[in-house]
Design a protein around this ligand. Structure first.
Ligand code: DGY
Length: 320
């Protein structure tokens, strides 16, 4: 298909490098003003769309697909794609792309920062100084070492492995749980555990799984009751993996010492949400991959996925 004759629609603001590249090659209907394209305008654009550049904050289901009769490819600028009904896309012959790989280090760095914060109260300590209280009694006691502690990673893919390496540099022991045991445990210096055993042994639990029916609310009241008393929970996957009510109860009762979350359910988390009233929680606004370099790389991979899909080639990063 001649790219010049193709229409690509973007649901929201994209990195300028991606916009420019697409704009040079195809007919682009974009929305570079921030937020989402107004719904009416978006639906009118969908009628003409050969490809959709999804910025991720959009439910892509049969109802949306029915409004896009020419659509051949959906490329989402994220690794997670739980907002997309992939089966409905496949039934209509629409291929779906995402952006694994290019965000691994940025997300692993943020996960590691959250692990560190959950142990050392970095965010609170900085806020203490900014509020002019240096020299007065600290609003928290002594913190705890990472060295010698056990990090349990649930979802040991590329990001999980990258966090494992960072944790090992802090002299942590790393255990993990996956649907299937990996073949390279020895090489990575990690050990496979059943989910229950991981929950019982880990001092720090990192969630790095994708959100799907089998992981939805996998960390519920029952799972939290199995955790080591005083364990810390870090989530950089999707908020829906955790039952928020159960998490609140576990933090309030002190069963969990701390939660450091880049993702929440609901998301965005309203400023008045009860989770934010707790002193043993750090929440960041789903920014683990948000570095300029990584967001550019994600955007450019999304463009490559679109070009390949429009030309009927396998996508460089295709969701299967
Ligand atoms: C992703 O790519 O799915 C991340 O959650 C974005 O930060």
């Amino acid at each position: 298909m001649n790219l010049k004759e193709c229409t690509v629609v973007a649901s929201g603001k994209m990195r300028q490098c991606a916009y420019d590249k697409l704009n040079d090659a195809v007919r682009m209907i974009g929305w570079q003003q921030g937020g989402r394209m107004p719904q009416e305008q978006f639906e009118a654009a969908l009628v003409e769309a050969d490809a959709l550049y999804s910025t991720g904050n959009l439910r892509i289901d049969e109802a949306l697909l029915a409004k896009a009769p020419k659509l051949k490819v959906i490329a989402q600028a994220s690794v997670g794609y739980d907002n997309i009904d992939v089966a409905a896309c496949a039934a209509r012959g629409v291929v779906v792309g995402n952006t694994p790989g290019v965000l691994v280090d940025a997300v692993a760095d943020w996960a590691y920062a959250l692990i560190l914060d959950s142990a050392r109260n970095l965010v609170k300590a900085a806020a203490h100084v900014k509020s002019g209280l240096w020299g007065q009694r600290k609003p928290f006691g002594l913190t705890t070492d990472l060295a010698g502690k056990t990090l349990g990673i649930i979802g040991m893919g590329d990001i999980g492995s990258a966090v494992a390496r960072r944790a090992q540099a802090s002299k942590m022991r790393v255990i993990y749980h996956n649907r299937r045991q990996r073949g390279d445990d020895g090489q990575l210096g990690v050990k496979y555990f059943s989910l229950d055993d991981l929950l019982r042994q880990a001092d720090f639990i990192l969630l790095a799984v994708t959100l799907n029916p089998s992981t939805k609310k996998m960390i519920d009241a029952q799972a939290l009751a199995k955790c080591k008393p005083g364990a810390r929970l870090i989530n950089i996957s999707r908020g829906g993996v955790v039952d928020t009510e159960a998490l609140y109860d576990a933090l309030q009762s002190g069963r969990l010492a701390y939660a450091a979350l880049d993702v929440t359910d609901p998301e965005p988390l309203p400023g008045e949400h009860k989770l934010l009233t707790l002193s043993n929680v750090t929440v960041t606004p789903h920014v683990a991959s948000a570095t300029a370099e990584t967001r550019d790389a994600m955007a450019l991979l999304t463009v490559e996925n679109i070009f390949a899909g429009l030309q009927g080639k396998p996508l460089p990063a295709q969701v299967r």
